[in-house]
Ligand binder design. Structure first.
Ligand code: PEP
Ligand code: MG
Length: 650
């Protein structure tokens, strides 16, 4: 039976139940001999709708003549809806299980070019508003394979994560049902079915049995499913890749203990993203959402369906939108009087690379290597670290990447490395002290960094140095590592620049000696401030004492910057202090020309720089250095910036 033939297909065409007494007399009646339908005197057809599309019809016929009452039609409609969901999901899971191993590449669509970005209208409307770019927070980029996993433990981890994700999914379902509709919430049924699907669970278990950690097993299964889905012909099934990514992301955040953040829009605006996952749409503040634009995504993506429910316009398939919209990012970092400043990024995870590039970072001023150690369940070996560092170095295509050796201890711990209990961990066994006491951890890392230096400009940075002996010990270890690599015939950069973090007050006092040992200083103001002012950077109670504009801090930075400059060595600020325009003005005035900050601050600092004169910043700082009170310094700076604003600058 084809569409357009018979009464059953009328239910599909009209997307509604068809109830007829004496069907043979109906103009749309068509007799199919094999059905022996001539016995029946009443007919009821109810379409099976899934996402407003009919995937089949349920037909009930009776031998007696009767009009089906509304209550029976309604009951059958409910049954049809439930069956439609089950059938679609079953088809979907079947398809994936069969195609589990088929992985072919995705087609690329050309970007239309120019400043006009084109996409497909998924839901029409005209809106304007600020753009919010949502970063891909999936995190699988930072999950790597590991050796020596404990199979039982990993199986337990996966089981727990499945259960927690299931509970979380039920919560999302409730929230969407309350805020939007039952129909919009139905997607989370599919998520639940996948989470409860035997094949999905078995594949995870198989990967763990094969020796992979729980996060890596998840990565493998999720990427295999998504590739399979992405290559399907049916647009509905293709779109299910998004659901798999969504489930994977939520499970991963549970496995790695990172809670996924709710999407917050500062004010009403348009959300731009590579793709918007169902759970993103569930947690976003719907009142502030004016429209959505996605790079990927089909017209029937779940995000689009929700956008329709909210009545907001949606554009999909807008290639390059997340990169092109904030093109300002490419403006140079120049002061108003054209002094060039270098703005680098602080990164920790591979996923930060994309954010850094998108924000126009000139390389990396601080790569905190403890982050990849933290997301694992074992120490990565030399090869794993090398692959990771190399990937990052290559992503910055010729811009320098400063790699800092492991800085654990204090407030950063590793689940698999037992730190002793200490009364005062920030003053304890942390950072380079741990590295120097554990050559088996330190040497592979140094060798991996050296190996990465063959693929682009890499600088090597040591944290928490307080005196000459430590940096000399580190350098000895570097020499040993170089020697090892030479013996193995592995190439690396022979004169890799070496620097120290100046973040312990002793290093400030020692900087005229340290400067002879190194190629550059990296001022770690986060720790420097806390140690100089004896105010824990994470303790709200002493927050008022943690003051970056304290004269002691400014004098210390001046001394370090002057010492480096006089010796022709580099100096970069990589603490959070530089992200505040008031602080930034003083640092600029102290002659600092290189900064490394969390990447999203870079465009803002560039905009600020374009309005401020370097010579004026120098004058302001000159005055500030004569002051003995942090309050006076701040007031003076705020006044000076306001005056500049009034007189046309800023
Ligand atoms: C610092 O101490 O200023 C710094 C940049 O390093 P971290 O925040 O990782 O200690
Ligand atoms: Mg530090």
């Amino acid at each position: 039976m084809h569409l357009g033939e018979g009464l059953a297909s009328l239910a599909i065409e009209e997307s509604r139940p068809i109830s007829v007494i004496n069907p043979a007399q109906h103009p749309r009646y068509r007799y199919f001999p094999t059905t022996e339908e001539e016995r029946y005197a009443s007919f009821l057809a109810v379409p099976m709708l899934n996402r407003r599309q009919a995937i089949g019809v349920i037909v009930i016929q009776s031998t007696e003549q009767r009009a089906y009452p509304a209550s029976e039609i309604s009951a059958l409609t409910t049954i049809a809806f439930q069956i439609a969901t089950v059938v679609t999901n079953a088809k979907l899971l079947d398809y994936v299980s069969n195609a589990y191993t088929s992985n072919t590449g995705l087609g690329q669509e050309e970007f239309s070019g120019g400043i006009r970005l084109k996409g497909t209208i998924a839901y029409p409307g005209v809106i304007s508003g600020p753009a919010y770019i949502m970063d891909n927070r999936c995190g699988f980029a930072d999950v790597f394979d590991e050796d020596d996993t404990d199979v039982e433990r990993e199986l337990r981890r996966v089981r727990d994560a499945l259960e927690e994700t299931r509970i979380h999914t039920l919560m999302l379902e409730k929230r969407v049902a309350r805020k939007l509709s039952e129909e919009d919430a139905a997607i989370f049924h599919t998520h639940l079915m996948i989470l409860e699907d035997r094949a999905f669970q078995d594949q995870l278990a198989n990967e763990i049995q094969a020796g992979h950690s729980a996060p890596y097993a998840l990565k493998k299964v999720i990427s295999s499913y998504t590739e399979t889905f992405s290559n399907m012909d049916d647009p509905y099934l293709r779109e299910r890749a998004t659901d798999i990514v969504d489930i994977g992301r939520r499970m991963l955040s549970i496995l790695t203990g990172q809670s996924s953040k709710a999407l917050k829009l500062k004010q009403k605006g348009i959300l731009l993203a590579h793709e918007i996952l169902p759970s993103d749409m569930a947690v976003i503040e719907h009142e502030k959402l004016l429209g959505i634009v996605t790079e990927s995504g089909e017209r029937n993506s779940h995000a689009v369906i929700m956008a329709k429910s909210l009545g907001i316009p949606a554009l999909v398939g807008v290639k390059g939108v997340t990169n092109r919209i904030n093109e300002y990012r490419l403006r140079p970092a120049l002061t108003r009087d054209e002094v060039e400043i270098t703005m680098r990024a602080n990164i920790g995870l591979v996923s930060d690379v994309d954010i850094a590039l998108r924000n126009g970072a000139q390389g990396v001023g601080l790569y905190r290597t403890e982050f990849p150690y933290m997301t694992r369940s074992n120490f990565p070996d030399r090869q794993d670290q090398y692959q990771l560092y190399r990937k990052i170095v290559e992503s910055f295509a010729g811009e320098s990447v400063t790699i800092r050796t492991l800085d654990i201890g204090g407030d950063k711990s590793l689940p698999y490395f037992n730190l002793p209990h200490e009364d005062n961990p920030f003053m304890g066994w942390r950072s380079v002290r741990i590295s120097l006491d554990n050559p088996d951890i330190f040497r592979p890392q140094l060798e991996a960094i050296l190996m990465a230096s063959a693929h682009g400009p890499v600088k090597l940075l040591f944290p928490m140095i307080s005196g000459i002996e430590e940096i000399q010990a580190c350098k000895e270890m570097v020499e040993e590592s170089k020697e090892n690599l030479r013996r193995e015939g592995i190439s690396f950069c022979e004169d890799i620049p070496i620097g120290v973090m100046v973040e312990v007050p002793a290093a400030v006092q020692m900087c005229k000696f340290l400067v002879k040992e190194v190629d550059f200083f990296s001022l770690g103001t986060n720790d420097l401030i806390q140690y100089m002012l004896a105010a824990d950077r994470n303790n709200q109670l002493v927050n008022k004492y943690y003051n970056p504009l304290h004269p002691a801090v400014l004098q210390a930075i001046k001394y370090v910057a002057d010492t480096a400059r006089n010796e022709g060595k580099g100096v970069c600020i990589c603490g959070e202090m530089a992200t505040d325009p008031v602080n930034f003005t003083v640092l600029l005035g102290l002659g600092i020309r290189e900064f490394s900050v969390v990447a999203p601050f870079i465009p803002r600092i560039k905009a600020f720089l374009a309005d401020i004169e370097y010579t004026r910043a120098t004058e302001i700082t000159h005055a500030v250095l004569e002051m003995g009170s942090a309050t006076e310094i701040r007031e003076y700076l705020v006044d000076a910036l306001l005056n500049m604003h009034k007189s046309g600058g800023l």
